[in-house]
Design a protein around this ligand. Structure first.
Ligand code: CAA
Length: 258
């Protein structure tokens, strides 16, 4: 597929997906979602981490495409919402760790995209928010639910009701982003985090992600059972043998993801 609205690059085991529609501050239209969907489906086993960012120096993603949405019917809105939900769920369900490098405006659908990633880092220039109520609508790509689960009901409601555009420092204070970096250091930082993760056992990282994600939606008893299963299953892997043998031999582990 020839991408018009995204860039999708590989750098060894790291993939970088850049939403790249500068004329609309990288706003997400249907075509962009289809390209993102294609890119995510094309990921092969040799990719072990993914960074998502925005093209240009102004925006991560300034939301869903308002021009495309402005005249659609309720039925079309439901379809558009389902498309966004599908793509962000695909992102969230990847077995590899995903990192949002929020390099500018992350508003509405843009913030929802970041919320579909495992780790969110922001540049000092980032401005984040869910301004949908200023347009007479609500977030439609999972934002109401992922924000609530991440920040709790009151903070989520505050952002949703006021449409406030918060800066990166405030976003860190409330736990929406993990760290704030100078703009020219953001990508470097995200790549360094990815490199650190890539040194670890890939099956173990994938299990850690799985049990956190699936466990978070369950009661503690069921969630702890998930952990026990995830722990046990890793003892059938070559990576577990290698990791522990390497420790005992005082050498670095050479994980194969098997
Ligand atoms: N959709 C479509 N086009 C957009 C856009 C969007 N979300 N955001 C920006 N653009 C376009 C602008 O229309 C403008 O295009 P023209 O040059 O052709 O006029 C171009 O990008 C540059 O934008 P601005 O001139 O507005 O730039 P600015 O620096 O003055 O303001 C901004 C930047 C504060 C991000 C402002 O563009 C803005 O408020 N954008 C909309 C943010 C928003 O409301 N997002 C939520 C969308 S709804 C949603 O996401 C629903 C959902 O969950 C499904």
């Amino acid at each position: 597929m020839d991408y018009q609205n995204i860039k999708f690059e590989k750098d060894g085991a790291l993939a970088i997906l850049t939403v790249d529609r500068p004329k609309a501050l990288n706003a997400l239209n249907s075509a962009t979602f289809h390209e993102m969907d294609h890119a995510l489906r094309s990921l092969k086993d040799d990719t072990r981490a993914l960074i998502v960012t925005g093209g240009g120096d102004k925006a991560f993603v300034a939301g869903a495409d308002i021009a495309e949405m402005s005249t659609i019917s309720a039925a079309q809105a439901r379809e558009f919402s389902a498309l966004g939900h599908h793509v962000f769920a695909s992102l969230e369900n990847l077995s590899i760790p995903t990192i949002a490098a929020v390099n500018g405006f992350a508003l509405g659908g843009g913030l929802e995209l970041a919320l579909g990633c495992d780790l969110i880092y922001a540049s000092e220039k980032a401005r984040l928010g869910v301004p949908e109520v200023t347009l007479g609508v609500i977030p439609g790509f999972g934002g109401t639910q992922r924000l609530t689960r991440l920040l709790g009901r009151a903070r989520a409601k505050e952002l949703l009701f006021t449409a406030d555009r918060i800066d990166a420092a405030k976003a860190k204070e409330i736990g929406l982003v993990l760290e704030v970096l100078p703009a020219d250091k953001l990508m470097e930082h995200c790549k360094a985090v990815a490199a650190k993760i890539l040194k670890n056992g890939p099956l173990a990282v994938a299990q850690a992600k799985r049990v956190v994600e699936y466990g978070a939606d369950q009661d503690l008893r069921a969630a702890n059972e998930l952990e026990r299963q995830g722990f046990a299953v890793l003892f059938g892997s070559e990576d577990q043998r290698e990791g522990m043998a390497a420790f005992l031999a005082k050498r670095p582990a050479n994980f194969q993801g098997k």
